[in-house]
Design a protein around this ligand. Structure first.
Ligand code: UD1
Ligand code: UDP
Length: 356
């Protein structure tokens, strides 16, 4: 069985690393890895391949950045050529990026079955590029692997009922697999001179926050007002926007550690020991929950509603007063329901895909 996997962005490398390990164990499966090159800086791409021991991609398209149409269009054309040459039995895609959409569009036109990992997520906000990517990919997919019950319900409402499976969340596999190794090897707390549970970890990269100067300025201003060290590993998109709008001085205070994107081990370590995580990332919201750290989501909605219902996560948008109030009120809830499965998601997906 030939499976062609399309990845391109940071969180997809982490997710794919877990399922690839399952395929490697099966001599009847050959996985062909295609890296679109959507993320290309060493600290957004290579570092994950090295640290998570992901095999070198069979094809590296080197597409790079661009407008949605140009970026997705170039990927579509390149992936189509590879599919025509390789003739895989299935195309495997993860999440909701432009690389996901390009992979699924190319496969669907060639009548190649698609497996979508992290299917059924919805923010119900079609201004998010990711929402378009998810909707289209889910409607083109043959196998849909949902991390949560609410994801499955979203698909049902859209009439997608066949070959839909609740498998748990593949990121939870990665967290459980790497957590102890990460904490053992990472020196990030010492390097930044941080005291456990006495700092805030912040990530910001969503278009809705980075592409609007008012929102970005508000968020950075909040960070400048916090009472504890703030660690801010900057996504290149955010770095560029801060420079473009000349907002750097807002985060120049000594308590803010503005650093380059982190490798996965440093990130997991920082997440585990943070007092509170503030983020607009989907993956980081989930990891906060998986590591039992309270989270404040700097968005107006989330796809990961279970974490909010469980009271470990709260949605505050980019509202300065709300964020500050939430930080001072935030407490660890007493209960901790298992929201993301049992950490054996990749094994379940492998079994369904391989028919074993
Ligand atoms: C993409 C995904 C988003 C995901 C995120 C994970 C889409 C539409 N968005 O957002 O869903 O949450 O990845 O991190 O697919 N850049 C660099 N170096 C890089 C990569 C990007 O400098 O290695 C800069 C470029 O200026 C680029 C900008 O970041 O234009 C945005 O990159 P892009 O991949 O288009 O979107 P992300 O914001 O990374
Ligand atoms: N991550 C990382 N280093 C960083 C920021 C994030 O390793 O500096 C990891 C994080 O732990 C999670 C994933 O990248 O596993 C989330 O990716 P991101 O926030 O870029 O995208 P999203 O999940 O929002 O699509």
């Amino acid at each position: 069985m030939k499976i062609l996997t399309v990845v391109g962005a940071r969180p997809q490398f982490i997710k794919a690393s877990m399922l690839s390990k399952e395929f490697e164990k099966d001599s009847n499966i050959k996985e062909i890895l295609v890296h679109t090159g959507q993320h290309y800086d060493a600290d957004m791409s290579d570092v994950f391949f090295e640290q998570l021991k992901i095999p070198k991609p069979d094809y590296h398209l080197g597409i790079g950045s661009g407008t949605h149409g140009k970026q997705t269009g170039k990927m579509l054309s390149e992936i189509e050529s590879i599919l025509l040459k390789e003739k895989p039995d299935m195309v495997l895609v993860y999440g909701d990026t432009n690389s996901t959409l390009a992979g699924s569009l190319a496969a669907s036109k060639l009548h190649i079955p698609i497996a979508h990992v992290e299917a059924g997520l919805r923010s119900f906000n079609k201004k998010m590029p990711e929402e378009i990517n998810r909707l289209l990919t889910d409607h083109l997919s043959t196998w849909l692997f949902c991390p949560t019950k609410s994801a499955l319900n979203n698909l049902r409402r859209e009439g997608i009922k066949e070959n839909v499976f609740i498998t748990g969340d593949i990121m939870y596999d990665a967290v459980l697999h790497y957590k102890y190794e990460a904490i053992k090897h990472s020196t990030i707390l010492t390097r930044l001179n941080l005291v456990k549970k006495d700092y805030y970890l912040v990530t910001i990269h969503r278009a809705e926050n980075t592409d609007r100067m008012d929102r970005l300025k508000t968020l950075l201003t909040v960070l400048s007002q916090l009472d504890r060290p703030v660690v801010l590993p900057l996504h290149p998109r955010t770095k560029k926007k801060i420079e473009h709008w000349g907002l750097g001085s807002i985060i120049s205070a000594a308590h803010i550690h503005t650093i380059t994107p982190l490798d996965y081990f440093d990130m997991l370590t920082l997440e585990s020991e943070a007092k509170i995580i503030l983020t607009d990332s989907g993956g980081v919201q989930k990891e906060a929950y998986m590591l039992r750290v309270p989270c404040i989501t700097l968005r107006d909605e989330t796809e990961w509603i279970e974490t909010v219902e469980a009271k470990w996560n709260s949605i505050v948008g980019a509202d300065q007063q709300k964020i500050l109030k939430e930080i001072s009120d935030k407490k660890e809830p007493n209960s901790y329901p298992m929201l993301f499965g049992d950490g054996k998601t990749s094994g379940k997906i492998y079994k369904i895909i391989s028919g074993r």
